[in-house]
Design a protein around this ligand. Structure first.
Ligand code: AMP
Ligand code: MG
Length: 403
């Protein structure tokens, strides 16, 4: 049986990053940048005023000087005249500085107080304060320099990154294709979420949890539904995944040693199994293989095991597949507020993190049975107890994955 780290390495060694595509900027949020973004020039591209006011020469900028106003420069206009001794130009925020001027005095520091829209510039202006060279100017290149790598390949694009791309003149951007993941549940006991309970049956919760986790990682989900516990039903759904050209098949349940657990068998008819057990808790029955050339991850059926298996194996696989370099779950050290027991397998325990005595401290959420979804819903972290450790005393530190 592989350790968690060995199993993860084996999975990752078979996962390839998707090819790339160009998408319009308005569709690029949360997509993964496929190449470094390099500034093609200096930004801002020209020296411009940071204020509504008057552009002038610092030699003329002593308090109480009166200057003649020889130009009016709105944002968006290229200045047509230079500023010489004794002169100034009315200028708006973002407008290009006229040649000769090297500072701006805000309008409120002059005797011209009229800031109404449409107001004509005055013939002359008297300075209420002195200003110095460079004051109230945004110098070309202070934001970005030509040749700067401003966003790196592998970055998941945020709202502000889209603004940066637009600033640099990109209306579309090369991103990694979203991994297409075929998702199936399996089991004769599974009902739809809106079905009334029947004897011996439960509702299929995994397909909702897993589909949401997949969406969170940026994958495109192909929902295959529920395979019944027969060879035929499992075969039909796995073939559908392959026909849909999925990049990954993700299933839950049907991979342990039950008399009706057919998934491993079916995989082997048209592919191969690499392993089907990992030394961890919860989630020991975790399968990995390939079906018709598509990587297959078989998560356990128990809802908490399926979730943990996703976090520990599927999430890193999807991260690699999607080309993302940003880890999407944060890991922190926390102090155990109470004693934590394990059976010596690498264990993932549901906990709430709260500050106690100024330190982030972990409190287990209820019963840790792998079918108990409520204690997972109440948790905001998974504590990791390393393999070989059977007891973590209260007060000691462990790693935690923040959910
Ligand atoms: P299995 O791996 O098929 O033996 O399933 C293990 C446990 O997980 C059983 O108690 C199943 O009823 C439960 N289970 C399997 N699939 C789901 C699912 N989609 N939603 C909720 N529970 C499930
Ligand atoms: Mg089953």
């Amino acid at each position: 049986m592989y350790s968690v780290a060995e199993a993860r390495e084996r999975i990752l060694s078979r996962i390839h990053t998707t090819t790339t595509e160009s998408v319009s900027l308005s569709d690029a949020l949360n997509r993964v940048l496929a190449q470094d973004l390099v500034a093609d020039g200096d930004y801002p591209p020209f020296d411009n005023s940071a204020m509504d006011g008057f552009a002038l020469r610092s030699e003329d900028a002593a308090a109480s000087r009166t200057l003649s106003v020889v130009a009016d420069i709105p944002a968006g206009a290229a200045p047509t005249t230079g500023i010489y001794a004794g002169q100034a130009a009315r200028i708006m925020t973002g407008a290009q500085m006229p040649p000769g001027a090297d500072c701006v005095i805000p309008v409120e520091d002059t005797d011209f107080k009229n800031r109404n829209a449409g107001a004509a510039p005055p013939n002359s202006v008297r300075l209420g304060k002195s200003v110095g060279a460079g004051d109230n100017i945004r110098v070309s290149g202070t934001d970005m320099r030509a040749g700067d790598i401003v966003l790196s390949k592998g970055r998941r694009l945020k709202a502000q990154d889209l603004g940066l791309l637009a600033t640099l003149g990109h209306a579309s951007v090369n991103v990694c294709k979203r991994p297409r993941v075929a998702l199936m549940s399996s089991g004769n006991e599974l009902l739809e979420a809106d079905a009334p309970l029947e004897p011996g049956k439960i509702r299929d919760s995994n397909s909702y949890t897993l589909s949401a986790l997949l969406t969170q990682t940026g994958a495109e989900v192909i929902r295959l539904g529920v395979a019944r516990d027969t060879r035929e039903s499992v075969t039909v759904l796995l073939n559908k995944a392959a026909d849909e050209n999925a990049d990954l098949i993700l299933s839950s349940a049907g991979v342990s040693v039950g008399a009706f657990d057919f998934i491993k068998d079916v995989i082997e008819t048209n592919g191969s199994m690499d392993f089907w057990k990992v030394n961890m808790r919860p989630g020991k029955p975790l399968a990995f293989g390939e079906y018709r050339g598509i990587p297959f991850i078989g998560l356990p059926g128990n809802p908490v095991s399926a979730f943990v298996g996703f976090e520990v194996f599927a999430r890193p696989a999807l991260q690699r597949m999607s080309g993302s370099m940003d880890g999407d779950r944060q890991r922190v050290r926390v102090r155990c507020a109470e004693e934590v027991e394990s059976d010596g397998r690498e264990s993932y325990l549901r906990a709430r993190i709260r500050r106690a005595d100024g330190v982030p401290s972990a409190f287990l959420t209820g019963h840790q049975g792998s079918g108990n979804l409520l204690s997972l819903a109440q948790a905001d972290a998974l504590l990791i107890v390393p393999a070989g450790v059977k007891c973590v005393p209260a007060g000691s530190e462990v790693d935690a994955i923040l959910l």
